[in-house]
Design a protein around this ligand. Structure first.
Ligand code: FMN
Length: 158
């Protein structure tokens, strides 16, 4: 195994679900970043939810631990890997995109305000992707699936 723990940050639970699945499949211990007391420099796999293209908590995790690979959890059907690497300054690290979900009832505060603006922008668009995104934002969606973890598991075991 390339890491000794899984560390994650989740706002509404989808990233937590992926982190838990990975922990169950690998036997690696699981820690939430905000409560994590692992020793400085521990080699970890980090998972964070995407907010405006940024993997939440990654900077803090990288300052404390040796992040060996990153999973970004978002709601987009797919994600441009080069953009994800550039936006998150994680050149050279394995970076995996996982499609999580969207739970309108669990999004609060400033994040809710950001999504209200996003919905206003999307509601003026007519292309199928924008329609799908708007529908997910209004009704909620859950795309968490075990097969999406295959590349991450292969990397961990490789
Ligand atoms: C304010 C806000 C910004 C978001 N920005 C993005 C984004 O840039 N790209 C993306 O794919 N998903 C984005 N999402 C969707 C979340 O990343 C998605 O719901 C994710 O599954 C949340 O994971 P969590 O349940 O672990 O918090 C955003 C959600 C919110 C509330």
């Amino acid at each position: 195994m390339k890491v000794s723990a899984i560390v994650y940050t989740s706002n509404t639970g989808f990233t937590a679900q992926y982190a838990t699945l990975l922990s169950h499949q690998t036997g690696l211990p699981l820690h939430q970043l905000k409560e994590c007391t692992l020793p400085q420099g521990t080699q970890v796999l980090y998972l964070g939810w995407l907010c405006a293209g940024k993997v939440q908590g990654l900077k803090k995790a990288a300052a404390r631990y040796q992040v060996e690979a990153v999973c970004a959890v978002g709601m987009a059907p797919e994600c441009d890997p080069a953009k994800l690497v550039g936006d998150n300054h994680c050149n050279g690290l394995p970076l995996f995109y996982l499609r999580g979900g969207y739970s309108p009832a669990r999004v609060r505060g400033k994040y809710k305000m950001m999504m209200t603006m996003m919905k206003a922008i999307l509601s003026k668009k007519t292309d199928p992707q924008s329609r799908e995104a708007l529908e997910a934002m209004e009704r909620g969606a859950d795309w968490v699936s075990v097969p999406q973890l295959e590349p991450v598991l292969n990397w961990l075991r490789g």
